[in-house]
Design a protein around this ligand. Structure first.
Ligand SMILES: NC(=O)c1ccc[n+]([C@@H]2O[C@H](COP(=O)([O-])OP(=O)(O)OC[C@H]3O[C@@H](n4cnc5c(N)ncnc54)[C@H](O)[C@@H]3O)[C@@H](O)[C@H]2O)c1
Length: 316
């Protein structure tokens, strides 16, 4: 820059840097606005449900409740279902129901808290069925009592089933999805993973953890240099589903906060997976109510919580 003084060169450089930053911030706001517009459009016009025919769907806790219902629903859509459960009778029952519906299913007994048992089961699944393309981390337990009444063993087991098992299964089945940049991870959290509920302190902690691990894993893949956009993530947060897991529900307004059937819950769950929704609540209204209430001071939603007076009584 012949003819310019050092001061003038410095000012020129600063103006240039300011312009670059301004353009970058403008780009950022444009992207955020377009993304928001796209979400608003998708709220009005939902994406088409994807075809799951031929996908290999592994469901943990497939021997009962929502796991069983998901096995029936995915197999009915032409997916090959891999039923995993610690309970052989329940798992066999699911297999028979799927087969009676002319679906394809395989069953594997496995305690999902046992990392080496998962590795052995996964090797058999790979050999006998193929690479899992949709992993549904569904198995869960829910002891229900005050924190002081929980034994150390109960708390540790709950974290083993509700949280650590997700990590072991992800470490096992995610690599083949990453190789093909194709797959879907579904995790069963709960409304107890969105709001704190009395008598469920360790359970709430485990279900909040599920949402955290799913968000972090999604970020880890999104920020990777390789393209993993073909791997989708869906977190499911049901309120109360009539499977027997929740033994003493307390509901003041049953029409407003009703207990849904496993069939109705799974309608919503499978639909969310097929449309690649990142997170849903069942019922869906709770998602929006929670989002709006969260921006208010903490004491405000507590009044609504007290008014609704719903939750769970202790098991014992
Ligand atoms: N039912 C509800 O109201 C409700 C609400 C919110 C979230 N959820 C969550 O949804 C999921 C499914 O709930 P559900 O009501 O269908 O449960 P469920 O009790 O009906 O079925 C759970 C299944 O998991 C299996 N299982 C338990 N421990 C296992 C282990 N160590 N290894 C392998 N399998 C194991 C059980 O044998 C059973 O078949 C759970 O994660 C639960 O926390 C349930």
């Amino acid at each position: 820059m012949a003819g310019l003084t050092t001061d003038e060169q410095g000012i020129g450089l600063k103006i240039y840097e300011g312009l670059v930053t301004f353009m970058e911030v403008l780009m950022l706001f444009t992207k955020m606005f377009l993304s928001w517009l796209h979400s608003a459009y998708r709220f009005i016009v939902p994406p088409e449900p994807k075809d799951v025919k031929g996908e290999i769907v592994l469901i943990t806790g497939a021997g009962h409740g929502m796991g069983r219902e998901m096995a029936l629903r995915f197999s009915g859509l032409g997916a090959v279902v891999v039923c995993v459960d610690i309970n052989p009778d329940g798992n066999q029952g699911t297999l028979e129901l799927v087969k009676a519906n002319k679906g394809i299913a395989h069953r594997y007994e496995c305690d999902v808290t046992d990392r080496s048992a998962i590795a052995a089961m996964a090797a058999r699944v790979r050999r006998e069925v193929g690479d899992v393309t949709i992993l549904v981390n569904n198995a869960g337990i829910m002891p229900c009592k005050s924190l002081q009444q929980h034994s150390e063993k109960e708390i540790r087991t709950m974290f083993d089933v509700n949280v650590l098992a997700h990590l072991w299964l992800l470490q096992t089945f995610l690599p083949s999805m990453m190789e093909k940049n194709h797959g879907h991870i579904v995790a069963m959290s709960s409304m107890a993973g969105v709001v704190g509920i009395r008598n469920l302190v360790p359970y709430c902690a485990s279900k909040f953890a599920v949402r955290g691990l799913m968000e972090a894993l999604h970020e880890e893949l999104r920020e990777d240099k390789k393209d993993y956009s073909g791997i989708k993530f869906t977190v499911i947060c049901p309120y109360m589903v009539d499977t027997g897991l929740c033994k003493n529900p307390k509901i003041k307004f049953p029409t407003l906060m009703k207990i849904v059937s496993p069939q109705d819950a799974v309608d919503k769950i499978v639909d969310a997976v097929r449309r690649n929704y990142p997170e849903i609540t069942v019922p869906s209204s709770l998602y929006y109510i929670n989002q709006y209430l969260r921006v208010l001071p903490r004491s405000v939603p507590l009044h609504l919580k007290d008014f609704l007076d719903s939750g769970v009584e202790a098991d014992c």
